[in-house]
Design a protein around this ligand. Sequence first.
Ligand SMILES: NC(=O)c1ccc[n+]([C@@H]2O[C@H](COP(=O)([O-])OP(=O)(O)OC[C@H]3O[C@@H](n4cnc5c(N)ncnc54)[C@H](O)[C@@H]3O)[C@@H](O)[C@H]2O)c1
Ligand SMILES: O=C(O)C[C@H](O)C(=O)O
Length: 360
Amino acid sequence: MQQISDVNGRIARIASHLNPPNPKLEGDAPAPGCLTRAHCRSKGGAPGFKVAILGAAGGIGQPLSMLMKINPLISVLHLYDVVNTPGVTADISHMDTGAVVRGFLGASQLEGALTGMDLVIIPAGVARKPGMTRDDLFNINAGIVKSLSEGVARFCPKALVNIISNPVNSTVPIAAEVFKKAGTYDPKRLLGVTKLDVVRANTFVAEVLGVDPRDVDVPVVGGHAGITILPLLSQVKPPSAFTPKEVEYLTDRIQNGGTEVVEAKAGAGSATLSMAFAAAKFAESCLRALRGDASIIECAYIDSQVTEIPYFASKVRLGRGGVEEVLPLGPLNDYERESLEKAKKELASSIEKGVAFVKK
Ligand SMILES: NC(=O)c1ccc[n+]([C@@H]2O[C@H](COP(=O)([O-])OP(=O)(O)OC[C@H]3O[C@@H](n4cnc5c(N)ncnc54)[C@H](O)[C@@H]3O)[C@@H](O)[C@H]2O)c1
Ligand SMILES: O=C(O)C[C@H](O)C(=O)O
């Protein structure tokens, strides 16, 4: 009898670490105190950052969760969504890497998902279908980003926030207005993720130059939609000259990379795998900066004074406090100056739309 009760106790202890709980292991026994190493690490026993992904069960959320689970900088990974997180969490939690994974389902579990987080990544919301613009997603995604940002303001106001949900040109101002209302706004800690534009630009430019994309660095400034995506081809590293035809081809391909994927997927969504890759790289930079690594430079869409437009993507230096320095745009050629003026007009109206949504 004693042996059976010991086994039951052990099973109950293991079950107490499963999220969602596994009814096969739980039985009727009450769960005694948690003693496993996973518990200690999730309480902050092991060094590492705590990261939450909101929208973790989606097309971006799932591969991004997997990439975050293999990031050694992360000790605790919270996966939140309004559907399917139990399955995604069970699946990812079986990977034998360091991070402890917990799943959270629905608004009543948002507090648990966010409390104590250092970095919150938000890919929640609907994706484009062929024929749609990113702005067509505003009606649904604005409300989703608003309510998730309210959660961040309440439960982890000091976290760094990476916004992926489209239209990024409007959703970042929406989050900012929510944080301002809550009295928690720190412009250095709110970043719109435009890394996919840089990843694409590096790839397409490398193809034209016939080099390895890992050796190419293309600054992409402005915003994250159509003509607001402005690759600065005059500043490509390694320094490279392009013919006017190449500039036209590359600018068009980079600005329409998202649409290229939406059309190829033919109704099954937009970029998810390359986006998860880009978001994971960007998150890694944020975490290395939080750790105190020097010289972390990324392009990001932020509260900015680099132009007269209140939010703008450009190269920034990241540090322990988030955005520590916004780098100047550098010398632009005539084509880039003209394109910048067009981008600014569209950006201004997308920003206004986001701000008005929260203020109404
Ligand atoms: N910034 C970028 O470069 C970039 C790139 C690709 C996609 N996106 C955008 O990212 C978003 C997500 O794309 P996807 O392909 O993963 O879409 P998806 O539909 O596959 O996944 C979205 C997930 O969000 C979840 N969700 C919806 N409402 C939620 C809420 N209130 N709280 C938590 N989760 C919620 C859904 O349940 C779903 O699992 C879209 O808006 C898309 O346009 C941005
Ligand atoms: O194009 C989209 O709708 C998704 C994303 O913004 C992208 O650039 O791939």
